[in-house]
Write a protein that binds this ligand. Structure first.
Ligand code: GDP
Ligand code: MN
Ligand code: MN
Length: 219
């Protein structure tokens, strides 16, 4: 298996064609897995907002008071959420597309001054559209850096995918001692996303796209 960082992508703006950009920098083959940071997908979809666009409700103001956050930022999180699971000491929500994460994945880094960046509205839809434009039979995974319950530190997770099954089913396989596995469903899109996220970096690296070649994955 090989992993490749795609170098040379510009700062992504609204309406940029990410599929064309990555294709101009990398020669895709059937079976490749393209991982893209949600940040650039969101940028291309124009998911920038300004805090002054938000007018905090009483609920947002109360949560802001308890968490020490800007009430306009809290309102942005509430607007992206289908459900609030925890509102202190931090804001853990389920997004409208089903992902559970702190602050609905809204980013303030790698975005530019005075702006916030929402996650893509429908990352699996984004992954499907990108995959259709690659022109090869590839898988696409949209990643985001997230905290994990009961673990220190952040890691990459998959928030949308296409052309790959999210889980590998080990049930019915036999272990070293011939015992049949009964429950193991392996979250392969998250495992791949974590490795991609490790290669991408978090700061000014400028490398939001990673390709894995030679990975065996279920579709
Ligand atoms: P997230 O994990 O999806 O929230 O994305 P990050 O903000 O952690 O960025 C992941 C990687 O993408 C880092 O290497 C960033 O420097 C890079 N990155 C973020 N935005 C852009 C962009 O617009 N253009 C380029 N070339 N790289 C970017
Ligand atoms: Mn993020
Ligand atoms: Mn990140």
């Amino acid at each position: 298996m090989q992993g490749y960082l795609i170098y040379g992508l510009p700062i992504i703006k609204k309406s940029d064609d990410i599929a064309s950009l990555v294709k101009s920098l990398f020669d895709f083959q059937d079976g490749d897995v393209l991982c893209l940071a949600s940040t650039i997908v969101a940028k291309s979809e124009g998911r920038f907002r300004k805090l002054e666009d938000y007018h905090p409700s009483d609920r947002a103001k109360a949560i802001a008071q308890n968490t020490g956050k800007d009430p306009r930022f809290v309102q942005a999180v509430l607007d992206e959420s289908a459900d609030v699971l925890l509102d202190e000491p931090f804001l853990l929500v389920q997004t409208r597309f089903g992902h559970v994460g702190v602050n609905a994945g809204i980013d303030q880094s790698n975005v530019g001054a005075d702006r916030i960046l929402l996650l893509p509205e429908d990352p699996t839809g984004s992954a499907e559209r990108l995959r259709a434009k690659l022109g090869k039979d590839c898988a696409v995974i949209i990643t985001d850096t997230c905290g994990r319950p009961f673990r220190s530190g952040v890691a990459g997770v998959a928030i949308g995918w296409a052309g790959i099954a999210p889980l590998r089913d080990w049930r019915g396989m036999r272990d070293l001692h011939d015992k049949v596995l009964e429950i193991t469903l392996e979250a392969i899109v998250d495992e791949i996303a974590a490795m991609a996220n490790l290669l991408m970096g978090e700061a000014g690296d400028g490398t939001p796209a990673v390709v894995f070649r030679g990975l065996q994955y279920p579709s």
